[in-house]
Write a protein that binds this ligand. Structure first.
Ligand code: IPM
Ligand code: MN
Length: 326
């Protein structure tokens, strides 16, 4: 069975790491029909295109999207990130951002489920009297019962398939409104999952535990902004951001899900063959797993953990992983 995948290499190191991911997927024997999309900062610089609605409509018939990284220093900061990446997550309702961290040397084997369509990312807020001495800026966090409940339910299901432990991370002592909604919803859903042991950590404490006692975690569920920050820390304590993979999921499969490394376009090292493609390769494995190719996915994950693939250079790493899965 051939899977139709939209490929957005993007900017900087993005196209290079995605090329290695596609090489490894091919070596693992999975057939993809790749549909290329030239999008990102470079494309914007050429003709002002960010992400047309027609492209999103075209994507709805694909099996998945595989994205490298977007953003270039020449483009106003945030324009491509919001106009492409966030637009994609929102329009395709990719409400689960799943980021696994596995690093046996550090006692780490946990997954963060980051809510991916709401919170501080929803764009609520505005200015009053902008540019005056009495300027006011507000930036709200949008938390709906529907949005919170569905990502919590996904996390309980994931915990059931894992070590049956789920931690809610928030800041309920200060964020009394959104925190209350998250906490109540978490506890209500927990009652339906008596076999899952639950815990709660404030986000600042979770930062300490990520460094000092990460073995306490199995599945973590948190909001969009806390999840963004925590997963960079997760990468840093589990072998570096060069290994951090992610899946932006539409669990109901009413459209394509999107798979991307957690890292950015790293323009400072682009085109030098220095980027570690493992985060992209492992994101490719998550994509295969979601598409039902679980054997190929597992073999890619094993290969990435094999010491023989700890070599220097983007293509050399890709070749070493490909050699082990073929
Ligand atoms: C990520 C990134 C994005 C985010 C940026 C590029 C908008 O940091 O995927 O973690 O904040 O979600
Ligand atoms: Mn981030």
């Amino acid at each position: 069975m051939t899977h139709r995948i939209g490929i957005i290499g993007g900017d900087g190191i993005g196209p290079d790491v995605i090329a290695e991911g596609l090489k490894v997927i091919g070596a693992a024997g999975v057939e993809l029909e790749a549909v290329d999309y030239d999008l990102g900062g470079a494309r914007y610089g050429r003709d002002g295109t960010v992400l047309p609605d027609e492209v999103i409509e075209e994507w709805r018939s694909l099996d998945a999207l595989y994205l490298g990284a977007v953003g270039t220093p020449e483009v106003p900061p945030g324009l491509i990130e919001r106009g492409l990446l966030l637009k994609m997550r929102f329009a395709l309702d990719l409400y689960v951002n799943l980021r696994p961290f596995v690093y046996p040397a550090g006692g780490i084997d946990f997954r963060v489920v980051r809510e991916n369509t709401e919170g501080a990312y929803a764009g609520e807020g505005g200015f009053l009297r902008r540019g005056t001495p009495h300027e006011i800026a507000t930036q709200g966090s949008v938390n709906t019962r529907h949005g919170v409940e569905r990502v919590i339910r996904y996390s309980f299901d994931l915990a059931m398939a894992s070590r049956r432990h789920l931690t809610l991370v928030h800041k309920t002592n200060v964020l009394t409104f959104s925190g209350d909604l998250w906490d109540r919803t978490f506890n209500e859903v927990a009652a339906e999952y008596p076999d899952v042991e639950t815990a709660y950590n404030h986000v600042d404490a979770a930062c300490i535990y990520f460094v000092q006692s990460p073995e306490r975690y199995d599945v973590i569920v948190t909001d969009n902004l806390f999840g963004d920050i925590l997963t960079d820390l997760g990468g840093a304590v589990s072998g570096g951001i060069g290994l951090a993979s992610s899946a932006n999921l539409n669990p109901e499969r009413t459209g394509p899900s999107m798979f991307e490394p957690v890292h950015g376009s790293a323009p400072d090292i682009a085109g030098q063959g220095l980027a570690n493609p493992k985060a992209a390769i492992l994101s490719g494995a998550m994509m295969l797993d979601f598409l039902g190719e679980s054997e190929a996915a597992a073999s890619i994950q094993r290969a990435c953990a094999d010491p023989t693939t700890d070599v220097e250079g983007t293509t050399a790493i890709g070749d070493a992983v490909a050699a082990l899965v073929s």
